[in-house]
Design a protein around this ligand. Structure first.
Ligand code: PGA
Ligand code: MG
Length: 226
């Protein structure tokens, strides 16, 4: 039975402008009564904490694509080495006109506007021997420590909390959600999800964004996965 649902934020419970979908808020509140809802996002810690308070989801949550884990009231753990991201950014900036985004509150990774060849940039990082990777969330490109991602951080939470794979579901929209899809028992992608994510989903909603998230929650209830 599912007792934890890991949910992405941007593009999953929001629209393509990152505006929170009112129907998704209702669906999250419904989900809170069925399972522990854990936010797993590329957003910064303070943003995610505010979202958890407003949505009534668990104070255990994952921010910065797995670089930061909140273990409940106040306890925050960094799983990533910020120095690796900084070095990667400075080297890539010599090649591409990178523009940092919302860096003021970021602790472990760095976020830049998309618009450059991510694959080519990753090859450069490999060649320079910098253990960082790039992930495009559909809203920005994250320069992060290669040893962390949403799946690694969620696995850490599951391990320390004694939660089994088959007890966890995940809902997402982009490539950055693939790692967490690979460590849970039930995976669902919203209709606007990227093809790679849909290919690894147990359910893909017809509808997109927030309405798609609501459809997924209905489906979870209908399938009696809780
Ligand atoms: O931070 C981002 O780029 C997107 O956030 P998300 O992981 O909640 O989709
Ligand atoms: Mg997303």
């Amino acid at each position: 039975m599912i007792r934890v649902v890991a949910i992405d934020i941007d593009g999953t419970i929001t629209d393509d402008e990152r505006l929170l979908s009112p129907e998704a808020v209702v669906a999250v509140r419904r989900l809170n009564s069925l399972a522990e809802v854990i936010l797993v996002t590329g957003n910064v810690h303070c943003f995610t904490r505010a979202a958890a308070v407003l949505l009534g989801t668990s104070k255990t949550f994952i921010a910065e694509n797995g670089g930061v884990v909140s273990w409940g009231e106040g306890e925050m753990e960094l799983l990533s080495d910020p120095a690796i991201c900084q070095e990667a950014y400075l080297r890539l900036k010599e090649v591409y006109p990178l523009k940092k985004k919302d860096s003021r509150y970021r602790i472990t990774d760095l976020v830049v506007d998309s618009g450059f060849d991510v694959e080519e940039a990753e090859t450069l990082l490999d060649g320079w021997g910098i253990p960082a990777d790039l992930v495009d969330s559909g809203f920005a490109v994250h320069i992060k420590d290669r040893k962390v991602d949403k799946g690694r951080a969620l696995s850490e939470v599951m391990y320390r909390r004694g939660i089994l794979r088959e007890e966890v579901a995940a809902v997402g929209d982009s490539k950055s959600d693939l790692p967490m899809f690979r460590v849970v028992g039930f995976r669902a992608s919203v209709g606007n999800g990227v093809p790679e994510l849909k290919a690894e989903s147990d359910y893909v909603s017809e509808l997109e964004f927030g309405p798609g998230f609501c459809e997924i929650v209905d489906q979870m209830v209908d399938r009696e996965i809780f």
